[in-house]
Design a protein around this ligand. Structure first.
Ligand code: ADP
Ligand code: ASP
Ligand code: MG
Length: 462
């Protein structure tokens, strides 16, 4: 069971977490818990570390450490009074450690990817101590493990590390023995390299941690507890009448999360899919709701389109030049230049005239992409590279679209009728996803139009 930041914001919400775990544990299940940071703490750690590396002023460290002390201390007192002293000391140790590292970052004015990763794991380090104490307060024996102790071995690409199969045996040998007679609380979002260097798994990485651990120990079920009833037809903050989806396939969720649906980490499906483990997304604040079941079957229900998602903060890169026509190797050169600089290409489209290739990348990588492509401009391989940041990508997802005729027509007719101009279109070969790019301003409107066109707010008989 993985609980997100919102599930543990205060004593009242943490007590719901303990209720959920307790009822499963008392019913005879073996439960491993993965916990993420309290909401907002990871963001604060990132901001603080970045500022300290770039500014002569370090006066923010003390108040920041104190705010973490107060925040976690309060939940500890509310949820685990009997352990307040014992665990309070452990929290202080962590805070002292964090303060020292932040001072070091400031003194050196240097934040390496490695030190950044270590710093941003403190949200999970602090929170897990509080959660574990709350279990003990309710007489559920519990202990904490950081991601490394739990056996998660990763690649060394800091900030976006991926789990390596080498960790599987370690996870089994470290976590399985703890499942009898206690509930281990594992810090999400982090692992370590084979040499023991701390890494993080990317933002929202606790979902991925839960999937890695669940897959390694052969869990019957991986439960992702969050603050909404399940995976919805769209981000409920954007489309208030979005509806909870009862059953969805691994592939569909992968497409949704890859295209920005914040509800799950994009890589968190893969480990579960490999082992065919049922993943369920449920609401900590409404545990009786069945939530969403994520399963293998690409069930083709009556609905061709199941959900919509969109990503802001992308950039459109347009590469043109008649030189590209019929010349083998241009695409290869483009992609290898980008890959050499770690630019992740999210969408690709090439016109049949071959005179232009359009790509979608993360907005933060625009400058790097420009540098990479300047090499090809200088070589005369392409004539012009233009970029546009004022755009967003929308993805329309549904296993039912595979082979269903006319879905593309319906999407683009509805958008056209609504006055939305589509700047680029791309359809993956899986046909589970049709995605397109519109201006930032048109994004929410496009989502609304399609949510209505495919009647996604209406209940169905899945
Ligand atoms: P947690 O702290 O539990 O990890 P997150 O904030 O990471 O929670 O993810 C849950 C949030 O994702 C929801 O509150 C919701 O606003 C947002 N969200 C975005 N797209 C979707 C979607 N398609 N279905 C459900 N929630 C979504
Ligand atoms: N705390 C981390 C983040 O904010 C991981 C997570 O929430 O899953 O990204
Ligand atoms: Mg999350």
């Amino acid at each position: 069971m993985k609980f997100g930041g919102t599930s543990v914001a205060d004593g009242a919400s943490l007590s719901r977490v303990v209720d959920i775990v307790e009822s499963s544990y008392v019913a005879g299940n073996e439960v491993a818990v993965v916990i993420s940071a309290q909401r907002g703490v990871t963001d604060q750690l990132i901001t603080m570390a970045t500022e300290l590396a770039n500014s002569p002023d370090s006066s923010g460290i003390g108040p920041f450490i104190n705010s973490l002390r107060v925040r976690h201390g309060k939940v500890l007192l509310e949820s685990a009074e009997d352990y307040a002293d014992e665990v309070g000391i452990l929290l202080e140790e962590q805070l002292c450690n964090l303060e020292n590292i932040l001072n070091a970052v400031h003194n050196l004015r240097e934040l390496t990817p490695r030190s950044r990763d270590y710093i941003i794991t403190f949200g999970e380090r602090l929170n897990s101590l509080v959660v574990s104490a709350a279990f003990r307060q309710r007489e559920i024996p519990s202990t904490t493990l950081d991601g490394c102790e739990a056996g998660i071995v990763t690649t060394s690409n800091h900030g976006e590390a991926m789990a390596l199969p080498e960790g599987e045996g370690k996870i089994r040998s470290r976590v399985l023995p703890l499942l009898t007679g206690m509930v281990p609380v594992i810090m999400g979002f982090m692992g370590c390299t084979e040499k023991g260097i701390v890494t993080t798994l990317g933002r929202s990485g606790s979902d991925y941690s839960a999937a890695i651990i669940g897959a390694a120990i052969g869990a019957d079920e991986i439960l992702i507890w969050t603050d909404v009833d399940g995976i919805m037809t769209s981000d409920p903050r954007l489309i208030p009448d979005a509806r909870v989806i009862q059953t969805i396939s691994y592939l569909e969720v992968m497409e949704l999360s890859y295209f920005g649906a914040k509800v799950m980490h994009p890589r968190s499906i893969e480990p579960a899919m490999k082992k065919n483990i049922l993943v369920r997304v449920k609401n900590t604040f409404n545990p009786d709701h069945p939530g969403t079941a994520i399963v293998r079957g690409e069930k083709r229900d009556s609905r061709v389109v199941k959900a919509l998602t969109y990503i802001e903060k992308v950039a459109l890169v347009n590469i043109c030049g008649a030189q590209m026509i019929g010349r083998p190797g241009v695409a290869k050169a483009i992609f290898s230049q980008l890959a050499d600089r770690d630019v992740n290409v999210m969408m690709i489209s090439q016109g049949s005239s071959e005179a232009n290739i359009t790509l979608v990348i993360e907005e933060s990588q625009e400058d790097t992409a420009r540098e990479a492509l300047a090499v090809l401009l200088n070589q005369g391989m392409v004539r012009e590279v233009t970029t546009n940041r004022d755009v967003c990508a929308v993805a329309v997802v549904g296993a039912g679209m595979a082979g269903a005729k006319g879905t593309g027509g319906r999407i683009f007719t509805a958008l056209g009728n609504g006055g939305v101009n589509v700047m680029m279109i791309s359809q993956g070969s899986s046909e589970v996803n049709i995605s397109f790019v519109v201006t930032q301003a048109d994004g929410p409107k496009a989502m609304r139009i399609l949510h209505d066109e495919f009647r996604l707010s209406e209940e169905d008989d899945e």
